[in-house]
Design a protein around this ligand. Structure first.
Ligand code: IMP
Length: 196
């Protein structure tokens, strides 16, 4: 079975990446006690690269990393690269979501457009890491709905949908999501390049 190392301790990202990669890929990942890889980059792309290269050095395996941000137009693109710590260091999903709703309080529905941007970086195939992008456009509603997914999913309604990402099934989210799109771009390249 093909092995891939995924440089994340986020169980929600691991679950979605596992669903997207399917059963014929064995996913390895850091142990809870392994040192954190600092996200010191100024962009999603730099952070994804830092994590993928560190994962490759640590595991000796082909390594993937995902860095994702939510860009809200009315907030000039925030929280963006700071999506995981929008409400401060160590903030929970709920803290971040509440801050987002506070910042957007009183903003007209027409001006609540946003997008998730996901960058997946793969290290260990070529000398240079490879980058794959996925974007999902939508809008931020003012009252959370749904209990699936994670992070900002309960307030994000994708274009063409009435339901939030947290109201979609895992399959429905994966089919349209930023992460699904970036991962499928990676898979198309990887199958061609590496897998037999
Ligand atoms: P990072 O990619 O680890 O920097 O984390 C980005 C943050 O964005 C996460 O902590 C979540 O709050 C949020 N996030 C990432 N992916 C998703 C998603 O698919 N849905 C909702 N929120 C997400």
């Amino acid at each position: 079975m093909t092995k891939l190392y995924v440089s994340t301790k986020n169980p929600d990202k691991l679950r979605e990446l596992g669903e997207l990669l399917g059963a014929d890929v064995e996913l390895l990942h850091p142990d809870p006690g392994d040192p954190e890889i600092e996200e010191t980059g100024a962009t999603l792309s730099e952070n994804a690269r830092l994590k993928a290269e560190a994962g490759h050095r640590r595991s000796g395996l082909i390594s993937l990393a995902d860095d994702t941000g939510l860009e809200v137009d009315a907030l000039s693109g925030a929280p963006g690269v700071y999506s995981a710590r929008y409400a401060g260091p160590g903030a929970s999903y709920r803290d971040n979501l509440q801050r987002l709703l506070r910042e957007l309080h009183g903003t007209d529905p027409a001006h609540r457009t946003a997008r998730f941007r996901c960058v997946i970086c793969c290290a260990g195939v070529d000398n240079e890491p490879r980058r794959f992008d996925g974007v999902l456009a939508g809008r931020i509603i003012d009252t959370p709905r749904g209990d699936r997914g994670f992070g900002y999913d309960p307030v994000f309604v994708p274009d063409g949908e009435e339901r939030t990402l947290a109201e979609l099934s895992a399959d429905e989210k994966n089919r349209i999501s930023h992460r699904g799109r970036a991962l499928r771009a990676f898979l198309a390249w990887w199958r061609e390049r590496v897998a037999v």
